[in-house]
Design a protein around this ligand. Sequence first.
Ligand SMILES: NCc1[nH]cc(CCC(=O)O)c1CC(=O)O
Length: 312
Amino acid sequence: MSQQVIRIATRKSPLAMWQAEHIQARLEALHPALKVELVPMSTQGDIILDTPLAKIGGKGLFVKELELAMMEGRADIAVHSMKDVPMNLPEGFALPVICKRHAPTDAFVSNLYNAFDELPQGAVVGTSSLRRELQLRALRPDLVVKSLRGNVQTRLAKLDAGEFDAIILATSGLQRMEMDSRIRQELPAEVSLPAVGQGALGIETRAGDEEIIKLLAPLRDEDTWLTVSAERAMNRHLEGGCQVPIGGFAELVDDGANIRLRALVGEPDGTLLLRAERIGSAQDPEALGVAVAEELIAQGAKAILDRVYQRV
Ligand SMILES: NCc1[nH]cc(CCC(=O)O)c1CC(=O)O
């Protein structure tokens, strides 16, 4: 009998490698006889760094090459930040596991100011997320928002080089890179509503790979599955396919009986920001997501998204 092996396709960025190694370690701890190998690769999303993601095909770029490796049998599973996973998976793939969510928040990072509220008139803030830009500019039309791409380390280096007064990054990414000390403030959801799936890791497999799916099952976190499913159903119903100015964050309430989902859509320049919030049964996260999306559509969300798609 040959020893059982699972190969994890992963991007080569330090954050992606950390995430793959984290799942590798958890799987090896769960299944001592199992061998777990990493298959690192570069994706188009990592190679094209000078163009906003929305213009070059959105976040799917980070995922496609990993899926190709699984399809061709060079790897068996892929570990993703749920934030980067498209709302609809291609034929032949499944997402059987969403792990327990880490910090969902956005973090304010600066060498000059200790909190978002301290930013002076006209301060320069770095982010390439339309969602972050929209919320920053809606609250503070005086701020100058400048594009900032690259991995977490590159973004921090650009801050340290003095290109920005502050930058916004995901708290979970900084924590995984052991750069918590750079966080000046975790932004409350009222200031920066997180991206759908932010802070949660997901594991993608080939559809029907039941033996592998069984080995992964203990990594599933039911609460995170419910809340992230509500967020993703909202985003999917809005047809927010690629990188779009949409925020969504769900939490369990009433001792887990219900889910509260908050969502927003807006013009990236902050001139229009639509919000919706609703509590629904934890038995049906999809229905809650669709209901919140419908509330946003009733306020005009589709017209905003159509304009964003035309521009990119
Ligand atoms: N856009 C890249 C990306 N994808 C996932 C994370 C953070 C980790 C997570 O959300 O789980 C980040 C970095 C960031 O937004 O600062």
